[in-house]
Design a protein around this ligand. Structure first.
Ligand code: SF4
Length: 386
């Protein structure tokens, strides 16, 4: 029986490609790595044929493999060219699926909530993922079905009627099986996109969504579950790690292509970014809420002698490390300052909540919390604290 190296060489020849020593060496190393369950780092120059060198052993292993890339261009190349070619040369059906972040797929719940007139009714209870059932838009003026829209009945909201791009998306929804906005070829402005997709944090989760059976993001995830090879980007893989492995299906092997970008992307997605403006913004919101509640004196007292010195220490630390990545362990004094600042925030929140148990004021504080980092005021830390 032929060993992996011989099989790979034969395969490359059958594809009409030139045999390259470095590609064969890499393919054998990947095969060993998967078979013996040990990590492998490969650095190979342009023209090595890296994709085929990891795709062939990955497919032959029979394991469930996630391939993560940094760029869209490589994702496209893999899903449209390299992966079909690799499966084809092995005489196997293509069992691959690209999986993107939730914010890339049209959210049917958002479509239904574009304005308050919209009513969504599931057209079918079918659990089938790949059937050809259609959704329907209900025309609110005529109260009759006038258009098909992949399985949900909605009343046409005025805002949809008046926006040509959203209208084009609704028409496209009649024919798409992916719901991936990029597939529509329609160039949306950020606010248009935000009105039709849900981010990871906006979606209440499939269990809490009445349309999850038809949800494009959920369908893509289920398709990925049934595939052997799943193509994602590094940001989505980072989200998977951050969410305690809740984003991607279980898998046996992960290949990070374009790994030189991995560290930065993982840090951006998984690290904590803290800035002076975010602290200022938060404190400004606290002061505004305190003014509304007429408890400014209490709040100023809380921010006074006990906490101000720590905020000043932390501010100086940030100024001295501007633009740098701060690694663990932090020094004792910075840790102490951060702990005290955190205590201050908890105390302020409790004080505000106690002062006003109406949800309005609580919302004002939460608003300040969630927009931390987008401080539009020119207050310096001193201004905020004084
Ligand atoms: S599960 Fe989430 S993304 Fe899907 S339709 Fe419901 S709210 Fe939208």
């Amino acid at each position: 029986m032929k060993n992996f190296k011989e099989r790979f060489e034969e395969l490359i020849e059958s594809m009409g490609k030139q045999k390259r020593g470095s590609q064969i060496q890499m393919a054998v190393a990947v095969d060993d790595s998967i078979g013996q369950n040990h990590p492998l780092i490969v650095q190979a120059g342009t023209g090595t044929g890296k994709s085929m060198a990891y795709l062939v052993p990955a497919i032959l292993s029979g394991e469930k493999v996630v391939i993560s890339t940094a760029t869209k261009a490589l994702q496209e190349q893999l899903i449209k060219k390299d992966i079909p070619e690799a499966f084809g040369s092995l005489n196997m059906p293509d069992r691959s699926q690209i999986l993107k972040g939730r914010g890339n797929y049209v959210c049917l719940k958002k479509i239904s909530e574009l304005n308050s007139d919209v009513v969504v009714v599931a057209e079918s209870d079918s659990d089938s993922m790949f059937d050809n059932d259609r959704f329907f838009i209900e025309d609110s003026s005529k109260d009759q079905l006038d258009r098909s829209l992949n399985g949900v009945k909605t009343k046409k909201p005025n805002s949809v009627k008046s926006n040509p791009n959203i209208q084009a998306i609704l028409r496209w929804l009649n024919s798409t099986s992916t719901g991936d906005v990029e597939d529509s070829g329609i160039s949306l402005k950020p606010f248009e996109l935000a009105s039709i997709v849900s981010t990871f944090s906006e979606c209440p989760g499939a269990k809490n969504c009445s349309l999850s059976n038809r949800c494009f993001a959920e369908i893509a995830k289920r398709r990925a579950q049934e595939s052997q090879i799943i193509v994602v980007n590094h940001a989505l893989y980072a989200q998977h790690l951050k969410s305690n492995k809740a984003v991607l299906p279980d898998h046996d092997v992960v290949v990070f292509d374009e790994a030189h970008e991995l560290e930065d992307i993982l840090l951006r997605s998984m690290g904590t970014e803290i800035s002076l403006s975010s602290i200022n913004s938060l404190l400004s919101s606290v002061k505004k809420s305190a003014r509304l509640l007429s408890i400014e004196d209490d709040i100023n007292q809380l921010m006074g002698a006990r906490f101000n010195p720590h905020i000043v220490i932390f501010r100086d630390f940030l100024v001295n490390n501007k633009g740098k990545r701060i690694k663990h362990p932090l020094s004792e004094d910075i840790l102490e300052s951060l702990t005290n600042i955190k205590d201050l925030m908890v105390l302020l929140k409790t004080t505000l909540a106690n002062a006003d148990d109406s949800s309005k004021t609580q919302s004002a504080f939460e608003f300040g919390d969630s927009t931390a980092g987008s401080n539009s005021s020119n207050e310096t830390p001193k201004d905020v604290l004084n």
